[in-house]
Ligand binder design. Sequence first.
Ligand code: E4P
Length: 220
Amino acid sequence: MKFYLDSARIDEIKKAASLGYVQGVTTNPTLLKRAEIWKDFKSLGEFYLEVMRICDGKIFMQVPSENSQKMLNEIKNLDDSRLVIKVPSVPKGLKIAKGLIDKDYSICATAVYTTSQALMWSSIGVDYVAVYVNRMEKKGFDAFKNVKAIVKALSNTQTSVLAASVKTVEQLSWLIDIGADYATLDYDMIEGITKCDFSIQDTKIFDNDFEKMYKRLKEK
Ligand code: E4P
């Protein structure tokens, strides 16, 4: 499994990029609103250009299910090879996705809940399906069983499973176990992966011993 940062906050994108292990950034309209991007940017094009400047890798940008062309016009000067267009998993999304696939855009179908939805998107050639793990649980789905079935159904296809809406370490563990290709995580979870208490304790002992050993060497 590889990891994306799920955030539109520039400070978090900078911190996550500096950790050096995230594969890129995923965003959605709610994250853009929460980050209040209008305070620092005049347009979506300007915002995504800055995100691409800060962070290497893929940048996921979601289009609305109505008037998607308006948003696509705003980002037409960005590097297509690094952009993944997220298309909502609704009937109108199919037409939008097909049009974009014909223009060679990379597509992620988002807000996917069922195996049949995932197979439908895969059959039109999307690169990712974003499955909403925590939202599944909140809606009463057995998320583990459900995502496992989606991973299995897409295993011999060109479509990767992007686990989104992941809120706990337990969810992340079973997602890794069932072979989800990617997870997109908030900044706290991205940073949390770098900090295991046991590794920190062991490292303190190693550092202490290093100091002692080095002191003895210098005394010679
Ligand atoms: C990411 O691509 C998704 O839009 C996001 O993870 C949704 O998660 P939420 O349930 O935290 O809103």
